[in-house]
Design a protein around this ligand. Structure first.
Ligand SMILES: Nc1ncnc2c1ncn2[C@@H]1O[C@H](COP(=O)(O)OP(=O)(O)OP(=O)(O)O)[C@@H](O)[C@H]1O
Ligand SMILES: [Mg+2]
Length: 329
């Protein structure tokens, strides 16, 4: 059944490439489609290079900084198509309706600015009420930082990794965004701190109704906190579904991701790794881009276009031509 409720974000057939003056444009994302509902927490999972960050960059207008651009498709945020927004539009939008905690944010806070100064910078762009000092304190309270007066005067290198990540989340929340994108926010943090950051994100969603996109390599982490999951492989969305739907995956790549999870491996058993490597960008094969690594590959998988997502939008969707062969796996 099609879910007709109005979505906050709708990404449709997004294609992103890196134009080159002499060579053919390198296509790095092709066939990315998914929705994010109001107040929904959506996880994007996929191995390194699958295009997770580039897809999110298209939502905050920073593709150009990486030499990339949207070649086709739509990124509808409420009623505005961000895929083709001009730089003037981005100047108004950036850092406002969508907050972004960049990948490697642990190294991200400006090392020469105190936490107070970083928050003032972020708050300058927002039009929320109150003095900058009041708002900065409120933001640090929101991300559960204690000893606020001391922390405001400190530099990033004086804080632990978990605290630095909380500060980055506070900065991203400065404009009270409707959507917060957290790109691998817990990479490099120990397991306990990881869990605390996840709890914090969930609390932010529950308390303020902020929709959240959480990018991670770790399906277990996403399962714990998200409502829905988007699986990416070689620049394409290969499966979309609710966390419970994902317990019976309809794409062999998701099956493989599930089997390679440390948390559900039987103690003493050998951890299953995913066969082969994802094809490199620019070297995608004809047909399904997962075919070369797939355990249920059929003769029709290696011809034609990479399959689209089958199934109704909002329901459990998979880009596998032979998902029925996965039943019972
Ligand atoms: N400027 C660039 N020139 C060439 N290739 C690029 C450029 N920027 C990104 N890419 C390629 O685009 C692909 C998608 O990159 P992206 O950063 O979105 O991956 P990712 O899924 O976020 O990976 P990770 O999990 O490692 O962060 C990668 O193969 C990357 O090498
Ligand atoms: Mg990334």
């Amino acid at each position: 059944m099609t879910n007709t409720t109005k979505k906050l974000l709708q990404v449709t057939d997004l294609q992103i490439g890196i134009p080159h003056p002499r060579r053919e444009t390198l296509v790095i994302v092709n066939k990315a489609s998914f929705d994010v509902g109001y107040g929904e927490m959506v996880g994007i999972v996929g191995e390194s290079g699958s295009g997770k960050t580039m897809v999110c960059r298209s939502m905050i207008g920073t593709l150009e900084r990486r030499g990339a651009k949207v070649l086709a498709g739509q990124v509808l945020f409420e009623d505005q198509d961000l895929a083709h927004a001009s730089e003037t539009t981005w100047k108004k939008l950036r850092g406002k309706a969508i907050g972004y905690v960049p990948q490697s944010a642990l190294a991200g806070p400006n090392p020469v600015l105190t936490i107070g100064a970083q928050l003032s910078e972020a708050l300058k762009k927002s039009d929320t009420k109150g003095t900058i000092a009041e708002q900065s304190k409120a933001l640090l309270e929101l991300v559960k930082i204690r000893r606020i007066d001391t922390v405001m005067k400190q530099y990033p290198n004086q804080l632990s990794g978990g605290m630095r990540q909380r500060v980055m989340i506070a900065c991203a929340l400065a404009s009270n965004p409707k959507l917060l994108i957290a790109d691998e926010p817990t990479t490099g943090l120990d397991v306990t701190v990881q869990a605390q950051i996840m709890v914090l994100l969930k609390e932010i969603r529950n308390e303020f109704g902020t929709a959240i996109i959480l990018i991670s390599h770790d399906l277990a982490l996403i399962d714990d906190v998200c409502d829905r999951v988007v699986v990416m492989h070689a620049g394409a969305t290969v499966e979309v579904g609710s966390v419970s739907e994902m317990t019976t995956p309809r794409h062999p790549y998701t099956v493989a991701l599930n089997q390679s999870r440390i948390d559900i491996a039987v103690p003493g058993s050998e951890l299953v790794t995913i066969l082969g490597n994802a094809p490199s960008v620019g070297q995608w094969p004809t047909g399904c881009r997962f075919a070369g690594r797939c355990t249920i590959v059929q003769s029709d998988c290696t011809s034609g276009d990479h399959p689209p997502l089958f199934g109704d939008r909002g329901a459990h969707q998979s880009a596998c031509l032979h998902a029925d062969l996965l039943k019972g796996r």
